[in-house]
Design a protein around this ligand. Structure first.
Ligand SMILES: *[C@@H]1O[C@H](CO)[C@@H](O)[C@H](O)[C@H]1NC(C)=O
Ligand SMILES: *[C@@H]1O[C@H](CO)[C@@H](O)[C@H](O)[C@H]1NC(C)=O
Ligand SMILES: *[C@@H]1O[C@H](CO)[C@@H](O)[C@H](O)[C@H]1NC(C)=O
Ligand SMILES: *[C@@H]1O[C@H](CO)[C@@H](O)[C@H](O)[C@H]1NC(C)=O
Ligand SMILES: *[C@@H]1O[C@H](CO)[C@@H](O)[C@H](O)[C@H]1NC(C)=O
Ligand SMILES: *[C@@H]1O[C@H](CO)[C@@H](O)[C@H](O)[C@H]1NC(C)=O
Length: 471
């Protein structure tokens, strides 16, 4: 553009000078008659008198100034364009990277978790935002940016399509998990039968010397409501009354991490894994992820109160509501990293328990054994462990076990309180986890397993027990 302006200027100047001198006696003759002379070096010299009124000297000066300003502006615009071009190149690189990833996802028949898609979607949204910003800074339409825009739109459509397609893959994987699961069970049983570990424990038996170790989490499954339902609990009913009737429950809290509103029941473990034959219910409202299921009733903290609710799972009705005397509530003494769990209901071989705190206990853990029929407190134990400094707790054979985080991938069972003897203890058993926060732990005495809700993922662990020491 600079060159064009320079040429234009020249053209103007030429026009200004090129007044036809061949027309003699032209009216208003612009040029006076002149004589030329030859100098010592043989160069012809002559003078021309240009009347000020006809040659636009001032205009030319102005033009020169304008031309200079214009060329400066062009320089600025040019540098902007090269800046945006670089930015666009980076975005194009990124799009290429993501496209390659999406393509490889398409090609391989491996199933991808919701998390993979979630990350992709976040990246695409980020890029969309940047390109929109870019568009608004570049005035006028720009073909490259428009194309970038369309590519991003295409990409997000593709990812959405893939995600819905992938449901089938996830189901296939779930079936494989079920098969692997039974193999794993056999493996565990074989190992346990081989002297070094506890012999197989019958359901509900306390014929052991306490927890010695814990398995890897050998099932990981996203809760049925999805990735954003990070808070909640799940478990298996321990019903000595009907050993043939199985019941698994999953209760993701609302995404505020406070209200229990929806829960789901499955009659078999395989159904749970395949998200099949589910019964979904709504309840108004529980608070926190401390609920437990015992003999076909769910027990939970009635929201915004120090009341306990007892919900009949056959009819989805609250059949009893009773105050837990002195209990702190409304997120007063919840667990470390887990809000609104002022009351943590637990089931062990002996029945129903609740773990909580009171003002009188100054936030230390209080354990009460409940009559599950009337919700009356039968006995109470005061511990010296501050509840908000532990991440969760569960009870096995009357012994409270409390956990604390070690890092984002490991948790530690570090504290015990034995209600049989009133004694506290320190242990160290490391629990591997897949996400950062353990929202809840439910123990099932029927299979001696821990049902852990880990930021939306349902994890299952086997407990290994020490042999009973006969003194
Ligand atoms: C210019 O001057 C020369 C000599 O002085 C004369 O011969 C000639 O006719 C003049 N031309 C015009 C156009 O006046
Ligand atoms: C694209 O991926 C390559 C290698 O996978 C990496 O080196 C490069 O930094 C990526 N580019 C962008 C813009 O993310
Ligand atoms: C986006 O998808 C449409 C329809 O599939 C296609 O015609 C278009 O070329 C795609 N655009 C880009 C930039 O890939
Ligand atoms: C149990 O241990 C014995 C040797 O101590 C070994 O021969 C046997 O194969 C083991 N059984 C299993 C099921 O691992
Ligand atoms: C506990 O089990 C884990 C595997 O789950 C194992 O790596 C670890 O060594 C065991 N610890 C003890 C003390 O047996
Ligand atoms: C629980 O309460 C019911 C009804 O009052 C009573 O029949 C039962 O014996 C109580 N159970 C225990 C363990 O106290």
């Amino acid at each position: 553009m600079k060159a064009v302006i320079a040429v234009g200027l020249l053209f103007l100047l030429q026009n200004a000078i090129a007044v036809d001198p061949t027309v003699p006696g032209a009216r208003d003759e612009p040029f006076a008659n002149v004589t030329g002379s030859l100098d010592n070096h043989g160069v012809c010299q002559c003078s021309v008198y240009l009347p000020d009124t006809t040659f636009p000297v001032q205009k030319v000066e102005t033009l020169e100034i304008i031309a200079q300003m214009l060329s400066q502006k062009v320089d600025i615009e040019l540098s902007k364009v090269s800046k945006y071009t670089r930015a666009i190149e980076i975005y194009e690189q990124k799009i290429l990277n993501i496209t390659l990833r999406v393509e490889s996802m398409e090609k391989t028949s491996i199933s991808y978790t919701e998390l993979d898609f979630q990350l992709l979607k976040i990246e695409i949204t980020e890029m969309n935002k940047l390109v929109t910003q870019l568009k608004s800074t570049l005035t006028g339409s720009n073909v490259v940016v428009e194309q970038l825009f369309e590519e991003i739109r295409n990409l997000s459509l593709l990812v959405n399509g893939l995600e819905s397609l992938d449901k089938h893959n996830i189901l296939a994987i779930r079936r494989e998990i079920v098969a692997l699961q039974s193999k794993l069970k056999d493996c565990e049983r074989d190992r346990n039968q081989n002297g070094t570990t506890t012999p197989h424990l019958p359901p509900g038996s306390c014929n052991h010397g306490g927890i010695r170790n814990i398995s890897q989490p050998y099932v990981t499954q996203l809760n049925w409501k999805g990735f954003s339902y990070k808070y909640g609990a799940w478990g298996r009913d321990y019903s000595t009354l009907s050993p043939n009737k199985d019941l698994y429950w999953v209760a993701p809290l609302n995404t505020d991490g406070r209200y229990l509103e929806y829960y789901r029941l499955h009659s078999s473990y395989d159904d749970l894994l395949l998200y099949k034959n589910a019964r979904d219910y709504r309840v108004q409202y529980g608070e926190g992820s401390g609920m437990a299921v015992y003999k076909n009733y769910m027990y939970f903290n009635a929201h915004g109160s120090r009341d306990m609710s007892k919900l009949d799972l056959n009819t989805n009705t609250v059949v009893l509501r009773k105050t837990l005397p002195g209990a702190a509530f409304n997120n007063r003494f919840s667990y470390a990293g887990v809000s609104w769990q002022d009351m943590n209901f637990n089931v062990d071989e002996n029945g129903l328990w609740v773990i909580y705190s009171t003002e009188a206990s100054t936030g230390n853990i209080v354990i009460s054994k409940l009559n599950e029929t009337t919700l009356d407190v039968l006995s109470t134990w005061q511990t010296r462990q501050y509840k908000p400094s532990v991440s969760n707790a569960f009870i096995v054979c009357g012994v409270l076990h409390a956990t604390r985080p070690v890092n984002t991938r490991k948790e530690e069972i570090f504290y015990t309180y034995d209600t049989n003897t009133g004694r506290e203890g320190r242990i160290s058993i490391i629990i591997d986890k897949v996400m950062e926060t353990i929202q809840s732990i439910n123990y099932c005495p029927a299979d001696h397993k821990l049902y852990v809700y880990n930021d939306g993922y349902l994890l299952l662990y086997d407990l290994f027990f020490s042999p009973l020491l006969l003194l």
